[in-house]
Design a protein around this ligand. Structure first.
Ligand code: FES
Length: 122
């Protein structure tokens, strides 16, 4: 059902945890399954220097969280905002159709963290 990449990231998630002195944080949830995801970002100049996550959710939610931290790290704010739900699923070699909504959380969580950063900066 899951690709090898999903299983690998579920077993060994990258960048799991909080960033203490973060510049932005975004929490999103799926009311249907009840899963919750929080993304933390640290910004240096206009680049995401660090990205971490905490997720209470299914295997796909954990794998997509881990994947989005890897996709976003080192990118500029504008580049990170262009990362879509489909990019996350594609990088994981696909998700079962019933699990596609899990990848929404990851992209939405990252975008929410960036919005939080922008709000604080203003
Ligand atoms: Fe809820 Fe995967 S089942 S995010």
């Amino acid at each position: 059902m899951y690709s090898e990449k999903v299983i690998e990231l579920f077993r060994n998630p990258r960048n799991m945890g909080e960033i203490e002195n973060r510049d932005g944080v975004g929490t999103v949830g799926n009311p249907i399954c009840g899963d919750l995801m929080t993304i933390y970002i640290k910004v240096d100049g206009d680049r995401l220097k660090d990205v971490k996550f905490k997720t209470f959710g299914c295997a796909a939610a954990i794998a997509t969280s881990s994947m989005i931290t890897e996709l976003a790290k080192g990118k500029t704010i504008e580049e990170a905002l262009q990362i879509t739900r489909d990019d996350v699923a594609e990088e994981l070699d696909g998700l079962p159709p019933i699990k596609m909504h899990c990848s929404n959380l990851a992209a939405d969580g990252l975008h929410a963290a960036i919005e939080d950063y922008k709000r604080k900066k203003e």
